[in-house]
Structures are given as structure tokens and as C-alpha cells.
Design a protein around this ligand. Sequence first.
Ligand code: ZN
Length: 134
Amino acid sequence: MGRIVQIDHVGIAVKNLDEALKLFTEVFGLKVRDISVYEADRVRSAFVEVGESAFEVSESTDPEGPIAKFVEKRGEGIHHVSLRVENIEEVIEELKAKGVQMIDEKPRSYGNIKIAFVHPKSTRGILVELCERL
Ligand code: ZN
């Protein structure tokens, strides 16, 4: 059976990543683990460590990209909550069996991470990401 282990990270959507990171580094005193561009998702994202968890702070690299649209509609702020799971394929099947609508029916791979988004229609408006670290 798939299992939800912990909050892996909280996704934050911002207009300007470098400006926004000052909050996490200078104000909160946290460390940036990694900054990467994800071409397919049209974002540039930084992982900011908070113990076992993290913030994933993202800016859009394209004015028409999903993060740009989100910020335009809802302003900067919390974009998604990522739940770390064991066996993401099983968790997806279990959620589907419970009638939950998925954005990603099959997980997407990013290096040694697999993720899948749950449709916010099924989660009271909260965009939930499932994440398995291999
Ligand atoms: Zn995420």
C-alpha cells in the first residue's frame, strides 16, 4: 500500500525569484539548496531547506506559463503542497479508486524524483503534489 510520509515541500509562486529569496535567506536565515530551470514547466525554481522539508520557490520563465498565470490570477503566495509518498503509482491508484481526480494519471520523472499533481477540484481547492524520492 502507498503511504504518505511527510510534507516534502510547499510550493510558492513569485514574480521575481531573486527578490523573493531574500525573505527566506536574509529574513528567515534558511539555506538555498538548489536553483534550477525546468524548461518543460517554464519555471525557475529554488529549493530552500527547512529541516526535512523545504520551500520550492518558483518564478515563471514565460509570461504565458502556468506560474505566470497563477500569479496574475491569485497573486504571489502558496501554489501547492507536496506530500512525500512511498510508491507513488500505488498512491495514485488508491486515490483514483476513491474517486479523486488526478492532473497526472502517471507520475512525471525529474531525475530521482517522481511527482504527480492531484486536481484541486478533488482537494478543496488545494493543489496537492505527490512526490516520491527514489
Ligand atoms: Zn513542488
